[in-house]
Design a protein around this ligand. Structure first.
Ligand code: ADP
Length: 647
């Protein structure tokens, strides 16, 4: 196939422009990104080789090589990993094939360019493109395992790239950067051996494959006794050196690892450019021997909610990489945790299927979950600000655990943060319970789209009067989450918008029995009138115990779907069961008492019918739902206003 020139996907070009024009301060990390990619490519090859020995061929020593050329101003990084086919090259290096595309473009256009773009790039893991921070031209050649053909990709980062077939005997990938003229200090010149060496040491020391470089030395010849021969011309000698120590950080003792080493390892592992907000390093000894190193990122990766993303954990057995994305080490609701587990108690030949039922792995998983949850609880207690940031990024994921991890449900419930009627700050359930007045028996919540609508909701009027706090749940998953929780510290969670709520004590009930009876009788005619008028819309009409200011509200049955859930289902084009709700009326409201009187004087009044319809629409609007026919609603309102103006 001849050379083809193609355009980058718009988002990639946007990203490249950003890299080329806006990012100056972190140039040196390009090497780390390329070494990480090479290391990932070898991990992939190794994983495949477990079931397909032939994939390695004769080329069994996995390594990364770095070559520099001062004259040509190039640096080349070569690996003998899995390599890429032509299609893979195009997909990986020309498109954002990853499902985060849309989010990425949105985030990109929403943010100001500058420092914040660093976060963004980190979040989307676009390591390879960082080459363009230092290079004016990048050439990549690659030969995929089991493939006979190799391909060459080239670009200047200016909108297009080319792909053509090329000669390359060995499996793997070679990336050559044609470096920009360095106007800066020598320590930014990546054709210099010492610059490369110190960068590898700093950022990639723990990479588990050797990073090799041919080092040229001038040596004075020695005599037979090893003494330098005086006056002899020094000779050039080339030696291949391994630049990284390859010591797996996780197998070191906790006290022997520096904070910076953890941070760099995290960046290597996660492709995030920012520091983690917490690091958990465990050296377990005794019955179960393993080392684990886990990190809690400060921000969500772009693919947090893609179905393929099930785990951020890698499994090693005695320093040997076994597999990536190992969901048997941490449950899916902790998939944002990035880390490594290394155990000498697991067999080297372990497969995903075996892992699932492995008792040892099961025990390790249990411990890891416990540790992560404990650590988060400590963060919540001691570093509230950091935890709030964490919650913003991963709260939604943690909530999944209430449905999937029965064993740790209490611990997960302790980690929840919710908005509430008490103030602008988020609250934990524990704090809510501590604030509960003695007479309050249950924990109350209401679900909806946004805090402001919820706060103004007529359903909360009586709660406000009683001084009962209500949790305001605005995350679309909350309704489902609450169902998974049901109760906390032996207190039921009850919706403020569902069921018949009556806060009166037995004594109060007795005292008001007479007057209630009277009100019921007075209103019974109007109630049946409204009920008949709205027959196809409401299940019942009754006098409300929760309203103090508004004339009406709609209430779902205890076990029915709430209005907010209905809206979510409708928005997702899901079938919504036709649950009619109960219209509650406020018998103390002037509008209702007047309607009662009007009904008394004219039980057939056309106006009353119109009012009933308007009351129903009003109830929909105040809870944040849409009226069924805005047009009819407006006509009714207009007619009413006309009447009022003309009166
Ligand atoms: P990331 O590494 O975060 O996925 P990159 O932009 O660095 O993003 O790389 C995109 C993809 O290109 C990688 O996911 C990988 O599939 C492929 N790739 C990059 N470098 C190599 C390499 N040296 N060998 C094989 N595949 C590679």
């Amino acid at each position: 196939m001849s050379k083809e020139t193609m355009q980058f996907e718009t988002e990639i070009q946007q990203l490249l422009d950003l890299i080329i024009h806006s990012l100056y301060s972190h140039k040196e990390i390009f090497l780390r990104e390329l070494i990480s990619n090479a290391s990932d490519a070898m991990d992939k090859l190794k994983f495949k080789s477990q079931t397909d020995q032939a994939i390695l061929g004769d080329d069994t020593e996995l390594k990364i090589q770095i070559e520099t050329d001062e004259k040509e101003r190039t640096i080349t990084i070569t690996d003998n990993g899995i390599g890429m086919t032509r299609d893979e090259i195009i997909e990986n290096l020309g498109t954002i094939a990853k499902s985060g595309t849309k989010g990425f473009v949105e985030a990109l256009s929403a943010k100001d360019k500058g420092d914040s773009s660093m976060d963004l790039i980190g979040q989307f893991g676009v390591g390879f493109y960082s080459s363009f921070m230092v290079a004016e031209r990048v050439v990549l050649t690659s030969k995929a395992a089991h493939s006979d053909s190799a391909y060459r990709w080239e670009s200047k980062g200016d909108g297009s790239y080319s792909v053509e077939e090329c000669d390359q005997a060995e499996r793997g990938t070679k990336v050559t950067l044609y470096l920009k003229e360095s106007s800066e200090n020598d320590d930014q010149d990546y054709t210099k051996e010492w610059v490369v060496r110190s960068s590898v040491k700093k950022y990639s020391d723990f990479v588990t494959y050797p990073v090799l470089m041919d080092i040229e030395r001038q040596e004075t010849p020695t005599d037979d006794d090893g003494k330098p021969i005086e006056g002899a011309e020094p000779v050039k000698k080339i030696e291949t050196e391994t630049l990284n120590s390859m010591k797996p950080l996780w197998n070191k003792r906790k006290n022997d690892v520096k904070e910076d080493e953890y941070k760099e390892f995290y960046k290597h592992l996660s492709h995030d450019w920012n520091d983690p907000i917490d690091t958990i390093h465990l050296n377990a000894e005794g019955i179960l021997e393993y080392n684990a190193l886990m990190f809690i990122p400060g921000q969500a990766a772009f693919d947090l909610f893609t179905p393929e993303n099930k785990s951020g954990m890698q499994l090693y057995v005695r320093n040997i990489f076994i597999m990536d994305n190992c969901e048997d080490l941490l449950p899916v609701y902790l998939r944002f945790v990035k880390g490594v587990v290394d155990s000498s108690d697991i067999s080297l030949n372990v497969s995903r299927e075996i892992l699932q039922h492995d008792r040892i792995v099961g025990k390790i998983k249990k411990n890891l979950v416990k540790k992560v949850l404990e650590r988060l609880a400590t963060m919540l207690e001691k570093e509230r600000e950091t935890y709030i940031k964490f919650w913003g990024a991963f709260g939604q994921v943690i909530k999944e655990g209430l449905h999937s991890d029965f064993e740790n449900r209490e611990a997960i419930a302790d980690l929840l943060l919710c908005s509430s009627t008490t103030g602008d700050d988020l609250t934990t359930l524990q704090e809510y319970v501590e604030r509960m007045p003695e007479e309050q028996k249950d924990i109350y919540y209401i679900t909806g789209e946004d805090r402001d609508t919820l706060v103004a909701s007529p359903h909360l009027e009586m709660f406000k009067d009683k001084g009962f706090e209500v949790l305001l749940l605005t995350d679309p998953v909350d309704e489902w989450v609450i169902q998974g929780l049901n109760e906390y510290k032996e207190k039921s969670l009850k919706s403020a918008a569902k069921g018949d709520i009556d806060f009166k004590s037995e004594d109060e009930k007795k005292a008001s029995e007479e007057s209630n009876k009277k009100v019921s009788e007075e209103f019974s005619g109007l109630i049946s009138f409204i009920k008949t008028s709205l027959e196809d819309k409401v299940a019942d009409v009754r006098i409300s115990q929760r309203l103090t200011g508004s004339p009406v509200c709609l209430v779902a049955g205890e076990h029915d779907m709430s209005a907010s859930m209905e809206r979510i289902m409708k928005a997702a084009n899901q079938p919504v069961p036709s649950n009619k709700r109960v219209l509650e009326i406020n018998s103390d409201h002037e509008l209702l008492t007047r309607m009662r009187d009007l009904y008394g004087s004219d039980g057939e009044s056309d106006d009353l019918k119109e009012f009933s319809e308007l009351l129903y629409d009003q109830a929909l609007l105040t809870e944040g739902s849409k009226v069924v026919s805005p047009e009819t609603f407006c006509t009714r309102l207009t007619n009413l206003m006309l009447k009022a103006v003309s009166a």
